[in-house]
Design a protein around this ligand. Structure first.
Ligand code: AMP
Length: 481
């Protein structure tokens, strides 16, 4: 069914991040009750919903065959109790999609399942391949056909093509061919596999369940199903999980770790821990650095819900200025809705966010958000605060100006739409109508992460600096040629 959904989201004018993934493996020999890998996957995906709201899917293996169910929409809309009861199996992989390289079509929903002569395979992918076009062309020349515009289908076809050489070989060969960012959960009929790209750009962690194992984009999903977080999958590591436990091996050359710094700024849930750094702690410390770098006299500090709250608390603590709620977010606007024009999208900020008059009226307000992308949200927020009687509005941002597109899984608008790529800070301040504006410095952001974990190292900061961890074919100065 070629159900074509043209979906605009509340973040349609912003960056989008691609996807949350997870995998569940339940041991056969410790089996006490019927296998419910799909149900655990469901609860885990629920906790990763913030990473993608366009489609949701779970593939499950009963040891002999793989079935998959996926559809457009939120996890809770796609699955119900009857569906989950039908999906019996010991291993599962799950996915929530926020499309980047492809668009929001049902054909691009994941996991992708491929059935071929030697078996079946399910793949769930978070990230973006930069050599997708070349690989697709190569595969088409050798007889492969594609049903989607997703780069994940290329990964599935490459593994399937080499499967007769054995799973490990097929995986390592494929992984050496694909370039870009990838955190993968792969399932055969009898094994669950986790892979993280050589730079570790996208997160993936391993958890222990009472009678099995779990992989997830973020640790909050492991917590949600009552598991224990064991560790992060290392950049360039493959883990194969089966009845014998967890087998780990590394592939390819050693490259520098380059976790996406935007995971800490915006994407990840504050209760997650990524590469040993608690996301909320990182945000608190970014706020504290921001207060040291660009303090201003004020009566109250407020944050933009939800991702700006941690930095706002950190700013308030460091500056000694009282913290207040200041802004209320409509909780029911988390999901996709239609907003065809830019002016309607701007209007929607008013529906989504409103000021608490009692917190801001007659006060000098410092408002903290995690990022400015096009400048839509902050412009509207400043209007909202002035309407509510704020005397002064000082905007502070806990990430540096976003000036360059991302090719590794975040669907940043093209450079021309990024307000900071064509305006300096004073010009942005004027455009958004603030009394003053300041961004954290790039060094300040690294300092905040180092304070969380002194031995921390290596982040992708491409959206701020234009320096990418690996070359992007056809890219020059933030433009694709
Ligand atoms: P903008 O309104 O275009 O300047 O976007 C900035 C706002 O979008 C901030 O409130 C951020 O919290 C939020 N934001 C940042 N990254 C993303 C993303 N990938 N998807 C949706 N919203 C985002």
């Amino acid at each position: 069914m070629a159900e074509q959904l043209t979906v605009e989201t509340d973040g349609a004018e912003k960056l989008h991040e691609k996807c949350g993934v997870l995998g569940i493996y339940l041991n056969r020999r410790e089996r006490t009750t019927p296998f419910n890998a799909a149900k655990l996957a469901y609860y885990g995906l629920y906790s990763l919903q913030h990473r993608g709201q366009e489609s949701a899917g779970i593939a499950v293996s009963n040891g002999e065959k793989i079935e998959v169910y996926k559809a457009m929409g939120l996890v809770a809309d796609v699955f119900n109790a009857d569906k989950l009861d039908e999906m019996k199996g010991q291993i599962a992989v799950g996915h929530v999609l926020y499309s980047t390289s492809g668009s929001a079509y049902i054909e691009n929903a994941q996991p992708f399942v491929n059935r071929f002569k030697l078996g079946s395979l399910a793949v769930a992918h978070n990230g973006n391949l930069v050599n997708y076009e070349q690989l697709k062309e190569f595969l088409e020349e050798t007889g492969s056909t594609f049903v989607s515009t997703s780069d994940t289908e290329v990964i599935v076809k490459l593994i399937a093509k080499r499967y007769k050489e054995g799973l490990e070989r097929a995986l390592t060969d494929t992984i050496q061919m694909i370039k870009g960012a990838f955190a993968l959960c792969v399932m055969t009929e009898t094994a669950l596999i986790g892979v993280r790209d050589p730079n570790g750009m996208r997160p993936l962690c391993l958890g222990k369940l009472e009678n099995g194992w779990m992989l997830a984009s973020e640790s909050c999903a492991i917590d949600a199903v009552g598991g224990t977080v064991v560790r992060d999958i290392r950049p360039g590591e493959i883990v194969i999980i089966n009845e014998d436990g967890v087998l780990s091996f590394e592939f390819g050359e050693h490259t520098a770790k380059r976790t996406c710094i935007f995971e800490y700024v915006y994407f990840a849930r504050p209760d997650s821990i990524i590469d040993g750094i608690a996301v909320q702690e990182a945000r608190l410390r970014m706020g504290a650095v921001l207060a040291r770098e660009s303090g201003v006299p004020a009566d109250v500090v407020i944050g933009v819900p939800d991702s700006g709250l941690g930095a706002a608390m950190g700013y308030a603590r460091e500056s000694g200025i009282p913290y207040a709620m200041g802004i209320v977010k409509n909780k029911y606007i988390g999901r996709t809705f239609i907003a065809p024009t830019q002016s309607e999208r701007e209007q929607l900020v008013f529906v989504k966010l409103n000021a608490m008059r009692s917190d801001v009226c007659g006060k000098r307000v410092i408002i903290i958000d995690d990022s400015i992308v096009r400048g839509t949200t902050c412009r509207r927020l400043i209007q909202i605060l002035r309407r509510a009687g704020a005397l002064e509005v000082h905007f502070r941002v806990s990430s540096p100006p976003v000036k360059f597109p991302c090719y590794f899984g975040i669907d940043t608008p093209c450079r021309a739409d990024l307000i900071s790529s064509s305006h300096d800070v004073d010009e942005v301040c004027k455009e958004i109508g603030a009394d003053s504006l300041a961004f954290i410095s790039l060094d300040g952001m690294f300092e905040a992460l180092k304070d969380c974990r002194p031995e921390s190292y290596g982040y992708c900061k491409g959206c701020f600096s234009g320096e990418y961890p690996i070359p992007v074919p056809g890219e020059l100065n933030g433009k694709r040629l």
